[in-house]
Design a protein around this ligand. Structure first.
Ligand code: SF4
Ligand code: MG
Length: 270
């Protein structure tokens, strides 16, 4: 039986601001679930706190809206207790990279078989517009009238260096491509990190201009860490596609396989 995106939507109406990029992420995710015809009873979506973290309520699977920054530990516990679950984590730039920053790094390192989707709008939307770890240093706001003068994180590069075995970037303004990236991430065995640039139309309306700048990566997915890092750092931050996909040992309760030292050395050869 063919499944449709709407089959995976819950009856709860999203309360996001009209035009918020997160609507398109929801659309892309439900499309992916439909393409994969995932069993709703074997799928769970975890979140922390923030506008993005409302998403599990809008999908007709199991869901857990947890504490700020703690979606990944919740999801890790669920995956270890129920390895058969399809585990998806949704988060935002503040939730994933600030409050939950340490969990982000170690979830990548553990390479559990789950998918993390971070809706990045370079601002704390729910708490009315504070700068986040991905905000540009010169962005002026009420809380930082002169800008923060802080270097923004490069989350995809961090995920790569921390050990994620699938790293991709999508744009909410291109939900067709985003669905393909999310589908590939869910199908990948290991920790899949999908950075999604998702404009906050209320506090960062200028992000609507991203639609003029987003463009696809002009290189195929690679399992070579140095090539992936090179591609990431040599394209602008709106370049979308799969940067890295590798078959790395996955952490499970039964087989916490250590990464062979020789493989680590080869991966990090300049
Ligand atoms: Fe979306 Fe920003 Fe509104 Fe939050 S505040 S729902 S991120 S537009
Ligand atoms: Mg945000």
């Amino acid at each position: 039986m063919t499944a449709f995106a709407n089959d995976y939507k819950s009856d709860i109406h999203p309360v996001w601001c009209p035009g918020c990029g997160h609507f398109m992420v929801l659309r892309a995710l439900t499309q992916s679930l439909a393409w994969l015809e995932l069993d709703k009873n074997s799928t769970a979506i975890f979140s922390g706190i923030g506008c993005s973290s409302r998403l599990p309520a809008y999908v007709d699977t199991y869901g857990f809206h947890g504490l700020h920054g703690r979606a990944l530990p919740l999801a890790t516990g669920a995956k270890l207790a129920h390895p058969e679950l399809n585990v998806i984590v949704v988060s935002g730039d503040g939730d994933a990279y600030a409050i939950g920053g340490n969990h982000f790094l170690h979830a990548c390192r553990r390479n559990l078989d789950m998918t993390l989707i971070v809706m990045d709008n370079a601002v704390y939307g729910m708490t009315k517009g504070q700068p986040s770890p991905t905000t540009e240093p010169d962005w002026k706001s009420k809380l930082a009238p002169q800008g923060t003068h802080l270097r923004p994180f490069k989350p995809a590069a961090m995920a790569l260096s921390a050990g994620a075995s699938f790293v991709a970037r999508g744009f909410a303004g291109n939900p067709a491509e985003l669905s393909k990236l999310i589908t590939a991430g869910i199908q990948h065995r290991g920790f899949s990190f999908i950075e999604v640039l998702s404009p906050c139309v209320t506090f960062r309306p200028e992000e609507l201009n991203w639609r003029h700048e987003a463009e696809p990566l002009d290189a195929p997915p690679t399992d070579d860490l140095c090539t992936a890092m090179h591609n990431l750092l040599n394209h602008h931050h709106l370049t979308t596609g799969i940067y890295y996909q590798a078959d790395l040992p996955v952490w499970t309760p039964d087989t916490a396989e250590p990464v062979p030292l020789q493989q680590l050395e080869e991966d990090f050869q300049p």
